[in-house]
Each structure stands twice: as C-alpha cells, then as structure tokens.
Design a protein around this ligand. Structure first.
Ligand code: SF4
Length: 93
C-alpha cells in the first residue's frame, strides 16, 4: 500500500506496537472505547485527515479508524453522499 500522504499522518509509526495502536482495537478489547477516543483525538489534528477518510471510503476499508471515523461512521458518511462529482469529500474540516 503506497500512500505518500501517510508519512505526514499523526498515526505514522504508532500502529506498529500494540501499546500505541489505538486505530485497530479488537472487538473484544475491554479498552476499545478509550482506544477509539484516543485515535480520534490524533485524527482531529491530523494534517491528512481528509485524504485518509477519502482513501478509506473509496477502498471500503472494513477495519480501524480512518479519517477520524469508525467503519460504521464511514458507512453512514458515505450514505449521506458527501462526495461531489470528482469523488472528493465535501463539507469536511
Ligand atoms: S486521520 Fe487519523 S487514521 Fe488517518 S492518517 Fe490521520 S491520524 Fe491516521
């Protein structure tokens, strides 16, 4: 997966260790909610949030937090048809 924008991400290098990977909590993880909150706090200040969310929606990423959203939130966002004719997300940030 070649994602040049990823190197500017707040999560860059943090998802390689279980102790710092807040973006992919297991469903049965008792700290799941807290991990998601932490991940989203990083995403909120991420300079590539828009690119990240756009990528995840276009590629139907099933797992993890992308662009500050869970899979369920991404699906809901996609259903709102926030894409313009160029396939770019509008109304974000
Ligand atoms: S928006 Fe969140 S998941 Fe996406 S690159 Fe930034 S920190 Fe990582």
């Amino acid at each position: 997966m070649n994602l040049p924008w990823k190197q500017k991400a707040q999560c860059w290098g943090k998802t390689t260790s279980p102790s710092t990977d807040f973006w992919y909590p297991e469903d049965d993880d008792p700290n799941r909610i807290n991990k998601i909150k932490i991940a989203k706090s990083y995403c909120a200040i991420c300079p590539v949030m828009s690119e990240c969310l756009d990528y995840a929606i276009k590629n139907d990423e099933e797992y993890g937090i992308w662009g500050g959203m869970t899979r369920r939130e991404r699906r809901k966002h996609k259903r709102k048809k926030d894409y313009d004719d160029k396939g770019q997300i509008s109304g974000l940030v």
